[in-house]
Design a protein around this ligand. Sequence first.
Ligand SMILES: [Zn+2]
Ligand SMILES: [Zn+2]
Length: 430
Amino acid sequence: MNRYPLDQNVNFLGQTPLHLAVARPQYVQTLLEARHDLNAQDKHGITPLMYAAAQNQTDVVISLINAGADIGRRDTLRKRSFLDYALARGHWDLVIRSLQHIGNIYGTEGIDTAVQYVLIRLLKSMTLEAEERRNYFSRLLEMCENVNFIFGDSHLGVTENNMLHYIQGREDGNALVKAGFTGFNQKNSRGQLALMSQLTMHRLKAVKFCIENGTQVKHQDNNGHTVLFPALHNFCSSDKDRKSDDVEAVILLLHSEADTLATDKCKCPCSPQGCFPAALLSSKIGTLFGGDVVWTLEWLTLLEEHRSTKEAKTNLLSILQRYIFDELEMMHVCCHKGSSSLSEFQNDLSQTEEDIREVQEEEEELIAVLNNDMADLALESYESLKKLWMQKIKGMYDASATKRKEKEQKITDRPRVNNYSLHFWELALT
Ligand SMILES: [Zn+2]
Ligand SMILES: [Zn+2]
């Protein structure tokens, strides 16, 4: 074999004999003995180790590692390592066995970052069967030196998350605790606990798990938002498949001492003390993607049932204040900007003090009208306020129905398609 410089032979893809032999372990051994280049790169910088990982050839991967293949190398195409090649095709067992093997050779410290990386990938993966997932997760946790590690999520633009932000349910959570996880009240760079991320993702089981394990439900993030902000956004949204879980999450939070009166740091005349969580309830008639105002009534009923009339009244006054604010066509300088949009509320508060002052100076008269109205309303009983709000909602529905009818009328009044086609043929013939 040494007589022929075979490892110099590459095909048009830049593949060497070792690249092509990874699916046949018996040939790989011969090529390794003949000292073929272990780290030869094809035209995309992909090495035989990456080929073997992509093809789920665990024994070949182990042989290449034993022979000294570069385990940290990345391709030139997308900067992927051999682990990425295996993960992209779901070869979890190969990944874990390779890491264990590398740990045995180079020591566990050397694989810590890689183990953490694979753990995060596993937690985010949605394609594994429960049994497989449990098996891989516990094997990886065994290899992980510190299960309380924190990491960034460039997709969400946040740093200092921990694994609890990504658990998919109770099983993941139990495995974490068993491995020594304690970060139930660890904040990320937005000041948010895992409970908030889990609520945003509609994961009721993970939400329950966080609460049962001592997460502080009253916690406020850097913007002053509590978990009720994403919870109430979900609550009023029109996603039918998740509705039952979203409602249950809100009831669970009400039973767990969530603070419905904890306001955020906004300074908008729609809510001068800061936005209440109820601001994330829609104040409009539902569209295909938006929430519906009728859920404000459901929220009030829950407060009456699980809290007190006093708490319900404060919530209702905040809802009415926002309604009057919008009727006066005033400009929002708060986080939700008048919608119940989660994406908007997730952004950091972007308005400067100066912007806010400018708007408020311009709207001074309207603010006075709003304040007067609110002072009058505060004197009313909860029951009469509720009646008033129901009338306003009925008014919104009536207006929306009229608008829809007008639209339908316009469509039926249009010239029929036949007329258009006739016209078209006339044009074509002239
Ligand atoms: Zn506002
Ligand atoms: Zn706000």
